[in-house]
Design a protein around this ligand. Structure first.
Ligand code: HEC
Length: 875
């Protein structure tokens, strides 16, 4: 079966339903990062607004089409039209028609000709039926709509019949190809193809790994030679490029590749999935365009059509015997393991796991995130099932009584922050705000962090910054968009189920803990558990079983385990029982991804995401309950063998992903001012991930600044460690206001070494001169105010501060030292000397232009804490 058949089979099965749906409503779907597509409800006959829903005029637009078709351009095209409208812009009229030939090509011959212009002009003047076509010149032999019936039908359905449906799912067996056809009105100077692609890179990314393995996808135009979609061939957009390119930190990337041979009229574009790596089944093209040498796009927004998943319905597995209920039941059985699965096309190993084990138990994740029937079917075949079984699985999933928000998609990262999310129903929250909410640049976050009165722009005045950097408020990170893509749902999923790796005696309690949690929610009822404040404890019990494994490796799991200084012999024995080709990180990833997926499942199925407000005194409006680590264990920092990156990643990529997982954790649960120091967020490591994700090892390999994310984390930490709460009535815990977390040194630099000192804050002054000092002022104010609620005499002291992170305040007679050159400006990791750090911080604060009254207050406080120091010399 050729790829073309595959494509038409696929679209024939589901296309008609989607199409009717798309036409029934007038709606707008925003998909691309910066090129919103509009599912059209009407033909784009208004040449002036480029908006199909606007009324087109017979005297203006009808004329323009007819004139354009006759070859008139510039003044001849737009002059002397109706007196009631201003003369349209000739260039944009031309662009509209040439870019949207797929929709305007009424007779379907691939070009916009006088026939098309005439029919549209007649249609706009009210002609219908045979009056549309009578007396027209002879149509081209290759025209696909020659009768008035066919033409009327095409127009009535919004002129979308020939438009390729996006996304193009290039998902299937090795070599699977999808073909689309687009009509180009003007092919001159077209030399690049622009694509937006979900998962064109390898899962086990890093540019080098991708290069070694070759291209996952390839493309060709009009049967020309295949072009590899790799970082070597493609020109990748920023910031995706800076984060590692096609196999980098962003799972959806935009790039161009050079193409030749694009012609006026119909062009075919073929996308090929070259081969699986044992993880992937392909990729999705979310958006496509041709570019001219000056960068102009050749295709308009009506050249393609956006699919609408809200219209998807369960499809029978067979047209001859459409017993949909039989299919659904068979699909349910398959989902739960009625037929054993193979691992992948590359590995015949029979899995212990069923679909239900790795995904949400009932498959709700696939329904919720709008995975298509096609992708479910292909994934079933990936695991060795038949095409029919794949369709049955798809019918089962589609029939689930589970909300599938319109904005949920495999490429839209779960919980991606964006304005307005809290106003949507709680069950829509995890769909996130979509790729459209991923900012192009970190600086744009400022508008949301420090909004002006009507929220239309950033207000970077002192008052406005102080309004936000306020320990008594609760920063809503759910609604502050960021300039990074968070992990997509595929990334949440575990490539190996815990039961495949760990010995069953040990893993069974872990799996049972999940069943226990589920049963408690089913039998106890989520509402009762919440009302009785038992949800928190229940979630912790679930988590404890996971901790049992994480304890295997100690606080820095894998490396310390191997060095043997933490793990007990029994734990080591368990670790050594892993299959010989697996290491600690495989086992940790399996457990932690599985746990995160199951956490999402419980939160979704039992609608738990509004529980924090009832569970904790200062619970946020939305979030996960649990005084425990949750998703951030998916980070390489927690789960990898070397605590920086997974084996297959570069350090840069590992750090970036650690940062994004920590951000997801902060979004779903930053602690609700209730949890202990290290959980759910281990604030200590966040700065390091943020710094390393944005700048790595000096000025080489520079990546975009993410100072806004640093502000959010720093502030969220201060707020969560202030257990007295916004109303001051909570029970404070001095031990939670822990100096290694809250030390003001962090508001000046997350870095120690000279070359990159000031990271990640330096970017603030690029955003606006003086902004860094203003932000630092407010953080310093917050620190001092809170810090000074603790009497000096109550501070925990230690004569010999221990290794990084474990220490308290140095003894009262400690004499801080100035920087004397060498590697670390602030004390090097492993020798956290708070007094030294603050002593060295002060000159830098002064140089930054921080408020001198605040600096003096810091000096006064420091002098009181460590009176032996020469603090006055710093004034
Ligand atoms: C061992 C765990 C595991 C099992 C068992 C499993 N999956 Fe998955 N599934 C994953 C992972 C991991 C991914 C993400 C793969 C990637 O990164 O491309 C995934 C991805 C998917 C996707 C999305 C593919 C895409 O990008 O469109 C679908 C659909 C899917 N699985 C369906 C199923 C079905 C149906 C079954 C049972 C027949 C199943 N899975 C069994 C782990 C599993």
């Amino acid at each position: 079966m050729g790829h073309h058949n595959c494509a038409s089979v696929k679209h024939a099965a589901f296309g008609s339903l989607r199409l009717i749906g798309a036409l029934a409503l007038s709606f707008v779907v925003t998909l691309a990062i910066n090129t919103p597509l509009h599912a059209q409800a009407a033909c784009p006959f208004n040449t002036r607004t480029n908006d199909a829903t606007d009324r087109a005029s017979p005297t203006v637009d009808g004329q323009l089409f007819a004139r354009f078709a006759r070859g008139m351009r510039d003044a001849a095209l737009v002059g002397r039209l109706s007196r009631s409208v201003p003369a349209p812009d000739a260039d944009s009229v031309v662009e509209h028609i040439e870019g949207n030939v797929t929709a305007l090509d009424i007779d379907g011959d691939g070009e916009f000709t006088t026939i098309d212009g005439l029919v549209i002009a007649r249609y706009l003047s009210g002609f219908r039926g045979t009056a549309l076509t009578s007396g027209l010149p002879t149509m081209a032999a290759n025209a696909s709509r020659k009768t008035s019936a066919a033409i009327s039908d095409f127009i009535a359905k919004g002129c979308v019949a020939d438009a390729p449906l996006l996304p193009i799912e290039v998902i299937g067996p090795d070599g699977y190809t999808e073909t689309i056809s687009v009509s180009v009105g003007n092919a001159s100077d077209i030399n690049r193809l622009w694509l937006q692609c979900h998962r064109c890179g390898w899962r086990d990314g890093s540019i080098q790994a991708g290069r070694n393995r070759g291209a996952k996808g390839s493309v060709r135009v009009n049967g020309g030679s295949w072009i590899d979609l790799t970082d070597d061939v493609a020109t990748v957009s920023e910031p995706e490029k800076a984060y590692g390119g096609i196999s980098g930190g962003f799972f959806t990337t935009r790039f161009t590749v050079p193409v030749g041979g694009v012609v006026k009229g119909k062009n075919t574009i073929e996308f090929r999935f070259n081969k699986t790596d044992g993880h992937t089944s392909g990729y999705r093209i979310l958006n496509v365009n041709f570019l001219r040498s000056d960068g102009q796009r050749a295709l308009g927004k009506y050249a393609t059509l956006q699919d609408d998943p809200t219209k998807w319905k369960p499809q029978p597995s067979s047209t001859t015997n459409p017993q949909i209920n039989v299919d659904i039941a068979a699909g349910r059985a398959l989902w739960n393991g009625s037929v054993p699965l193979r691992e992948s096309p590359l590995s015949p190993k029979i899995l212990k796991a069923s679909c239900a084990s790795c995904h949400a138990a009932d498959g709700r994740d696939l329904k919720y995130f709008n995975y298509s029937d096609w992708s479910i079917g292909q994934r079933a075949e990936f695991h060795g099932l038949t095409t029919k079984q794949g369709k049955q699985l798809a019918a089962y999933i589609r029939n689930l009584n589970v909300l599938a928000p319109k904005q949920a998609a495999p490429w839209n990262p779960p919980y991606q922050p964006g304005p307005g999310l809290d106003d949507k129903p709680v069950l829509e929250w995890s769909a996130g705000a979509g790729l459209a909410a991923v900012l192009e640049h970190d600086q744009e976050s400022l508008k949301y962090l420090f909004p002006n009165a009507d929220g239309s722009a950033a207000d970077l005045s002192v008052a406005s910054i102080a309004e936000t950097i306020n320990i008594k408020k609760t920063l809503n990170v759910r609604e502050i968009p960021v300039a990074v893509q968070l992990p997509d749902w595929n990334e949440w999923l575990a490539t190996e189920h815990p039961a495949e790796l760990w010995d069953s005696a040990r893993v069974q309690p872990l799996l049972d803990s999940y069943t226990t949690a589920r049963n408690a929610l089913v039998s106890g009822g989520a509402a009762i558990l919440i009302a009785e404040k038992k949800l928190d404890a229940m979630m912790e019990t679930f988590r404890d079983a996971v901790n049992e494994f994480q304890g295997l490796g100690g606080p820095q799991p894998c490396p310390r385990f191997y060095s043997g200084d933490i793990a007990s012999p029994a734990k080591r024995a368990t670790m050594e029982a892993l299959p010989t080709d697996k290491t600690c990180e495989d086992g940790m990833q399996a457990i932690n991804r599985w746990f995160s997926v199951k956490m999402w499942e419980l939160n979704n199925q039992f609608v738990l995401e509004e529980a924090p407000a009832q569970t904790y005194r200062y619970g946020e409006a939305r979030g996960w309950v649990g005084a425990t680590h949750q998703v951030f264990w998916a980070a390489a920092h927690r789960s990898s063998d070397d605590s920086q990156k997974f084996r297959y990643q570069s350090v840069a990529l590992g750090k970036f992903h650690s940062m994004t997982w920590y951000h997801v954790q902060m979004v779903v649960n930053a602690g609700h001012r209730a949890n202990s120091r290290f959980v759910p967020q281990d604030w200590f490591y966040t700065p390091n991930h943020i710094m390393e994700a944005s700048v790595k090892n000096g000025t080489a390999n520079k990546r975009p600044p993410i100072a806004s994310i640093a502000i959010m984390s720093q502030l969220k930490m201060y707020q969560n460690l202030d257990r007295t709460g916004p109303d001051g009535l909570g029970t404070d815990k001095q031990s939670e206001w822990w100096l290694p977390f809250v030390t003001p040194r962090m508001i000046e630099s997350y870095a120690d070494s000279g070359a990159i000192l000031g990271q990640p804050w330096v970017a603030l002054d690029d955003y606006e001169s003086g902004l860094r000092a203003k932000v630092t002022n407010e953080f310093l104010r917050v620190f001092l105010k809170k810090q000074k609620t603790y009497p000096i005499s109550s501070l925990p002291r230690r004569s010999n501060p221990g290794p990084n992170g474990d220490d308290d305040y140095e003894d009262i007679d400690y004499v801080p030292t100035a920087y004397t050159g060498g590697g670390c400006y602030y004390t090097c990791p492993g020798q956290a000397r708070h007094a030294d750090n603050i002593y060295r911080l002060i000159p830098r604060l002064k140089a930054l232009g921080v408020d001198s009254a605040l600096v003096n207050e810091l000096i006064d406080w420091s002098k009181a804490v460590w009176p032996a120091g020469t603090w006055d010399s710093l004034r």
